[in-house]
Design a protein around this ligand. Sequence first.
Ligand code: NDP
Ligand SMILES: O=C1O[C@H](COP(=O)(O)O)[C@@H](O)[C@H](O)[C@H]1O
Length: 526
Amino acid sequence: MATAIHNGMDAPELCAPSPRDLHKCEIERKICLSVVVLGASGDLAKKKTFPALFTLFKRGFLPKNVAIIGYARSKLNIKDLRATIAEHLKGASGDVSRFLDLIAYLPGSYDSAEGFQGLQAVLVTREQQYGMCPAGRLFYLALPPSVYPQVCKGLKENCSEMAAQCNSWLRLIVEKPFGMDLASSEELANQLGALFPEEQLYRIDHYLGKEMMQNMLVLRFANQFIQPAWNRNFISNIQICFKEPFGTDGRGGYFDQFGIIRDVMQNHLMQVLALLAMEQPVSLAADDIRDEKVKVLRCLAAVRPDETVLGQHTAAGSQAGYLDDPTVPKGSRTPTFASCILRINNERWAGVPFVMKAGKALNERKVEIRVQFKPPAATIHNNSLDAMRNELVMRVQPDEAIYMKMVLKRPGLSVEPIVSEMDLSYKQRYSATFIPDAYERLLLDALRGDQQHFVRRDELRAAWAAFTPLLHAIDAGELTPLPYPAGTRGPHEADVLAAKAGFVKTSAYVWKDVSFWNEASASLSP
Ligand SMILES: NC(=O)C1=CN([C@@H]2O[C@H](COP(=O)(O)OP(=O)(O)OC[C@H]3O[C@@H](n4cnc5c(N)ncnc54)[C@H](OP(=O)(O)O)[C@@H]3O)[C@@H](O)[C@H]2O)C=CC1
Ligand SMILES: O=C1O[C@H](COP(=O)(O)O)[C@@H](O)[C@H](O)[C@H]1O
């Protein structure tokens, strides 16, 4: 069994389910599992859902009695569906073909009982075949939320009767966007809530399945030196940054209805903020964690338009501008970039600005959290106090890393203070460790009935409440997105906003990766 994951030496063992994980799976192994992918013909299903199921299958996490049933309106034949799915699977051909054999397809509409009755017949036949086992039904709604109410109604009325075996279960995974603002989100939640209780609804936010997000509570609450410093007495400001180097990639028609705040900030980045800012939960039980997230989200003040910068990218180099996308309405004012300050009114965080920034068509792909500490109150050294700020950076992607910028004496004869870092780059430290994709983890959690990494209704409500007044002001045309050339860092005004929030860019620091230092020290060796 893998014991010392900190040194990476025994990492290969982590690639397979550990005995502990297998034990957890044992419960699942005895069931007759049906995973129904609704919207099986769509983009999400082929790019994320089926590949994640494949990884779980090839790593031995799915039970023996499993079937995967695709359901969609298109009249596809199973051969074509399997061929499309196969294009997105990475693995040995034997694994791929055994996985594809598990997949069946059922065409049916989303708004009439007939299709769902057909689905029920398939499910019941399977479950009767394995009559002695409890059954599990996982419905994955890889569909636009506009059809959730009718699909959930169809499932409730036609597909929720299961043979009364104890431990049988039925769960639904639903994807964002959950509404357009607080009122529409509540309406959707009411519609779904009238059909299925919260314990059966798994609202997926795939950021909660990312390695660094899952690490957050351990990092924060298992390290004694972090705990006492994690508050307004020590922290000056926190930056949560999401950057993508590509634009809407032909999804402009979809994106234009939402904009970057609804697409990324209200959900993914808000979850990051909640994990960063929440108090220690009573336990790791799903509802204990979610209770704390709700508490801190409810302390958020509504985001202010005068503390927001919006941007929209223009053409530059080989990249088209947002408005050049033929699927984007002419003259659209939808922001592809936003930066804003979030303020948490509680004892821990009052006065600490959380700067959230997200943009498409920027200069790099990066998601990171940067906790900037206050400078020391006084110094005996000759550099400025601001140059001596510590920063804890958690890079979510690419290449997970945690590094702490520290001030040290320059090695050698000099006594000059310089900024260096304590660097935990996962690629070096855990090079042989398999880091699962977010969807793989979350699907496994849903199969195990663990809601810890799924968004509860009241979390959603609190997250929408903070952004809704701003979104309404944007929708009413009260804020104008500033143009920024594709491939840049976004509007300069965002840096001005970050500076207003107290962020100081430490310019004296130049990072070199470990190979540089190894070569440098080798050249100095006798
Ligand atoms: N383990 C590892 O892999 C490590 C890697 N590094 C790498 O070293 C490099 C430097 O690291 P680091 O100093 O942390 O990060 P950067 O210098 O890249 O950025 C620091 C912060 O300053 C902001 N910033 C950048 N340019 C400007 C500007 N012109 N005006 C105002 N703000 C600005 C950045 O925002 P924005 O992101 O929007 O540009 C970011 O919030 C990075 O590439 C980092 O990945 C460093 C340590 C460890
Ligand atoms: O939900 C979304 O997320 C992706 C970014 O996800 P990532 O895992 O690649 O960081 C974003 O591109 C997309 O616009 C948004 O809808």
